[in-house]
Design a protein around this ligand. Structure first.
Ligand code: URA
Ligand code: CA
Length: 439
């Protein structure tokens, strides 16, 4: 096989065989195919696309480019979830304890990622003492006994993806559905999960801007998972408005804690129970998705999930003395923005909140940026709430004095007020791989 020939085939829209794709990925991972050839192939994929068979083959080749985790049969099924990223998306922190409390194991490896807000690892690390770097033995022990652990993704997991993603980032080839789907799913397959639940976001503050694009990506990822023999389910959900009420690392820990105590943002609770329900159903502990959601609600309302939350934080070395007593967030400067007009909240611009929280220091745009754990935004109203003049809209938590007037104006404009409640979609679609893709 010859690399130039393979590049030419994809350029001319002639499908590659699985063996050809394996060859390309294995040689590239070994350093035997230079970056310029891989970049040319990625651009050919970007322009010409891959067939579903090619996309599955690429995903499997990437998944097998490094360590593939094998879980003991007695612990299975192991579940995992993935979100394509959004603002105020605290679902992992809520879903994992709920699923574990329902008797289903969750083993999650998170990447740190780049973006306007921190990733799950950054949020957990805002808890003093919490470690995301467990040894392999401790990770396993915790999944065995506590039914749940979340750790940083090892360099050994799907190394081909790490190399190819870095190359895509600098060659204009990130926004390709087969490349995104294979990138995400290769890591999920390598981490050994039997059940994979995906939350594909769409909207102004998401990677996928339209519902149509998001649906295509979700179906593609579900098909890949099912063809690789994993139970795979997905939702397509809205990311025009933030999901929850907190944007910022420790603030999202505080919000997760509140939700696990039984109260909080309606959208965040709805998506969290839907995802947890999918994991419980996918694991075979409920007859259908709806019953899975009912079971999730049961362990959430009973406080069992909250108990698991506290045990989880303690198990990974985190302090828990604050849980249920006071907020974790302690910022040097706190400033609340109030409404100047009355109305019904018809929209909240997630992109504005994301940009502000990044400027405050809650996210990183390049790998080397450091994150401020305690800064961010806390909303005081939800979509379709009625607001009066003087009501608190959002509180800003910052390390330094901010230009309060300018910030107040920007944040006020993020709230779109109308005269009556609007019909604002949250979950556009549920996709169950068993119904859609098994042959
Ligand atoms: N996230 C990933 O892990 N890979 C992509 O290609 C895009 C987003
Ligand atoms: Ca093609």
């Amino acid at each position: 096989m010859d690399t130039v020939q393979l590049i030419g085939k994809t350029r001319d829209n002639i499908p590659l065989t699985a063996a050809e794709i394996d060859f390309l990925v294995a040689l590239y991972t070994a350093g035997a195919v230079p970056d310029y050839q891989m970049a040319a192939w990625l651009m050919a994929v970007y322009c010409r696309g891959l067939t579903r068979e090619e996309t599955v083959a690429l995903t499997l080749a990437m998944a097998h480019s490094g360590e593939v985790i094998q879980w003991p049969d007695a612990w299975r099924p192991i579940t995992d979830k993935h979100s394509t990223g959004g603002v105020g998306d605290t679902t992992t922190l809520i879903v994992a304890p709920i699923v574990a409390a329902a008797g289903v194991r969750v083993g999650k490896m998170s990447g740190r990622g780049l973006g306007f807000t921190g990733g799950t690892l950054d949020k957990l690390e805002s808890i003093p003492g919490f470690s995301v770097q467990l040894s392999a033995a401790d990770f396993r022990r915790q999944i065995e006994t506590l039914y749940l652990a979340v750790i940083g993704q090892s360099e050994e997991l799907a190394p081909a993806d790490g190399l190819m993603y870095a190359l895509r980032d600098v060659t204009g080839t990130v926004e390709s559905l087969p490349l995104i789907a294979s990138s995400v799913m290769s890591k999920k397959l390598a981490s050994g999960a039997d059940v994979i639940v995906l939350d594909v976001k769409c909207g102004a503050a998401a990677f996928m801007k339209t519902r149509e694009e998001a649906e295509v990506l979700a179906r593609l990822m579900v098909a890949i998972g099912e063809q690789a023999g994993r139970r795979t389910l997905a939702i397509v959900s809205d990311m025009n408005a933030p999901l929850g009420s907190a944007v910022g690392n420790s603030l999202e820990i505080d919000e997760a804690t509140e939700v696990l105590q039984g109260q909080g943002n309606r959208r965040l609770i709805d998506v969290s129970l839907t995802l947890a329900g999918a994991m419980i159903y996918g694991a075979g502990k409920a007859d259908d998705w709806e019953s899975g959601i009912a079971r999730a609600r049961e362990v959430w309302e009973s406080g069992e999930a909250f108990s698991v939350w506290k045990a989880w934080l303690a198990a990974q070395g985190g302090s828990v003395d604050w849980v249920g007593h006071r907020p974790l967030t302690q910022a040097a400067h706190v400033h609340t923005v109030t409404a100047q007009e009355e109305g019904v909240v018809n929209g909240i611009d997630a992109m504005v909140l994301a940009q502000v929280s990044r400027e405050l220091g809650a996210g990183r745009m390049v790998k080397e940026d450091t994150i401020s754990p305690m800064v961010g935004l806390r909303l005081h109203c939800e979509l379709n709430d009625t607001i009066r003049r003087g009501d608190a809209l959002v509180t800003v938590y910052s390390d330094d004095m901010t230009d309060e007037e300018a910030l107040t104006e920007r944040l006020r404009r993020a709230f779109i007020l109308g005269t009556e409640a609007a019909d604002i979609p949250l979950i556009y679609e549920r996709i169950d791989g068993k119904e859609n893709f098994t042959q």
